[in-house]
Write a protein that binds this ligand. Structure first.
Ligand code: SAH
Length: 204
């Protein structure tokens, strides 16, 4: 996976590549999907949701430019895989999921894979997590119709937000830096994520 899907494409950050080597992806997919845990694809995790494609997880992790001391927010826990990768790269990771059963399963996945330090929250992550803000970086694994302003406002100065922005069926992964002049888009690639359902997302 790391050699062909990540290094073989354009992931160059050695810390990210090492993190992707370390996290056991098979422990974050349902049992029936384990044989394709390392496939170059998103996989179903129930409730109409997916665990993101490894490449997208690495792309987001790389785009956040983490150096190790950050407090990070991961919106859309799903399986918990992205949060586990971020936990390898930052100091403190909070993750928020709106579907209770997925949050519960993610807690089990974290325990099985040794990532109990990831803090799981239940709620509408399109509003961020004000009680834990500010964050050095925020990763969103679901598509928003526009830049979620409340998330941007929960960034530290120079903090980075990675979020798929666009329509329901196709988006661009935008990487935005909080700067004194306002949101600065530093990077943008086409992608396709499940919708962010919430107040600052799609209404269902
Ligand atoms: N990062 C996940 C990807 C999960 S897919 C992984 O690695 O497995 C996106 C997730 O976002 C889904 O679980 C979905 O339920 C969740 N989601 C969608 N809208 C949300 C919202 N407003 N708040 C929190 N979670 C949300």
């Amino acid at each position: 996976m790391v050699e062909e899907q990540l290094r073989g494409r354009d992931i160059v950050d050695e810390r990210v590549l090492a993190a992707m080597e370390r996290v056991p992806r098979e422990l974050f997919v349902p049992e029936g999907e384990r044989h394709r845990a390392y496939a170059d694809a998103a996989l179903p995790i129930g409730h109409g949701q997916t665990i993101s494609q490894p490449y997208m997880v690495a792309r987001i992790a790389e785009a956040l430019g983490l150096s190790g001391g950050e407090k990070v927010l991961d919106v859309g826990t799903g399986s918990g895989y992205q949060a586990a990768v971020l936990a390898e790269l930052a100091d403190e990771v909070h993750t928020i999921e709106r579907i209770p059963e997925l949050a519960e399963q993610a807690r089990k996945n974290f325990a099985a894979a040794g990532y109990d330090r990831v803090q799981v929250h239940l709620g509408d992550g399109s509003l961020g997590l004000p009680e834990e803000a500010p964050f050095g970086a925020i990763a969103v694994a679901a598509a928003a119709p526009g830049l979620p302003e409340l998330l941007y406002e929960q960034l530290e100065p120079r903090g980075r937000l990675a979020v798929p922005v666009g329509g329901r069926w196709g988006q661009r992964l935008e990487v935005i830096v909080r700067s004194p002049e306002g949101p600065a888009v530093v990077h943008s690639v086409p992608c396709r994520f499940v919708p962010l359902v919430g107040e600052q997302g799609f209404r269902k």
